[in-house]
Write a protein that binds this ligand. Structure first.
Ligand code: NAD
Length: 294
């Protein structure tokens, strides 16, 4: 396929690499010139702007940090002469996906909201979970591209449905990382070894993606480099709360989890890695969660 791709960050660049490795031609744009140069060095073609991408290819994809950026890019591609569909991998919440879908429909452009889960490592390995909502025919047309990046589930035709699915996923991921951090800190304070605790959790019923992947990769070695920013995790928790409150459903667990994430944002900053969520807990507990010396 000929594909345009806007947003070459932690997720976008490895996704573009997977698309090119599968034989697709990719025309890229990002507001940061350095990442465009990086993509071009790996075989992509560069465009001058998001609008330029939309003048050159029918299928334009994006991986952007915020609902605002996603809306700006949708506005920019809407006037493109070649674009026929916009595939947004960003996590932006269903109101933004619905707004973009309605806006693009005015120009005859189909919108697929296609958030992903699996992190930078999943993007590099082509093992992302991709959830898609929008017109079925456009979803089918994009199958060769989706197949290059992971396992795709068609959620339904309703714009924004895949965003809702993604927010459910991320609230659970945010919660399990937070509760694992708090509980492991308790064990360390009581004198248990952090590595031993993670090993036992992973053999038992307390194991989650947090203990199987995030702790061993980025917390126990104290590298805090998993590849997802605290600011983006907080964005997702806020989007979940907005959507849950609009539906009038209980948010007791989400409210408690959100408090810890907001505290992490204030203490560690938006650009810190989201595995830094352990740090405010460690500071309050007077412990450090780290692997024993080998
Ligand atoms: P990132 O901040 O690393 O990358 C975003 C990129 O978009 C940057 O290169 C930035 O320069 C570019 N950009 C911003 N505004 C732009 C604009 N108007 N035009 C063109 N380029 C623009 O973010 P990321 O970690 O790659 O995440 C991207 C999206 O994927 C987010 O919505 C995030 O929530 C979601 N996501 C991230 C992960 C992860 O592990 N990092 C996992 C799943 C989903």
């Amino acid at each position: 396929m000929d594909i345009g791709f806007i947003g070459l960050g932690n997720m976008g660049l490895p996704i573009v690499c997977r698309l090119m490795a599968a034989g697709h031609r990719v025309v890229v744009f990002d507001t940061r010139a350095a990442v465009v140069d990086d993509a071009v060095a790996r075989g992509a073609e560069s465009a001058e702007s998001a609008a330029d991408v939309a003048h050159r290819v029918a299928t334009v994809m994006a991986s952007l940090p915020t609902p605002l950026a996603s809306g700006d890019v949708a506005d920019a591609v809407a006037g493109g002469s070649a674009i026929r569909r916009f595939v947004d991998f960003s996590t932006v919440g269903s109101p933004t996906a619905q707004r973009n879908s309605a806006l693009l429909a005015q120009s005859g452009i189909a919108a697929l909201d296609s958030p992903v889960s699996g992190g930078v490592h999943g993007a590099e390995a082509g093992t992302l979970a991709v959830m898609v909502s929008g017109p079925r025919a456009d979803f089918d047309e994009c199958t060769p591209a989706f197949d290059a990046i992971g396992r795709t589930t068609y959620i339904g035709a309703k714009p924004g449905a895949a965003q809702t699915m993604k927010l459910v996923n991320n609230l659970i991921a945010a919660s399990s990382l937070a509760v694992t951090a708090e509980a492991v800190a308790m064990g360390v304070k009581a004198g248990l070894d952090a590595q031993t605790m993670i090993d036992v959790l992973n053999a038992g019923s307390g194991g989650t993606h947090a203990s199987r992947d995030k702790f061993p990769r980025a917390v126990l070695p104290r590298t805090f480099d998993y590849g997802f920013a605290t600011g983006l995790m907080v964005k997702d928790v806020r989007l979940y709360l907005d959507e849950a409150r609009a539906l009038g459903i209980p948010t007791q667990m989400a409210d408690a989890v959100a408090q810890l994430w907001e505290r992490t944002l204030a203490a560690e900053g938006p650009d810190s890695d989201f595995t830094s969520v352990v740090k405010p807990i460690e500071a309050a507990a007077g412990v450090v969660i780290e692997a024993r010396e080998s």
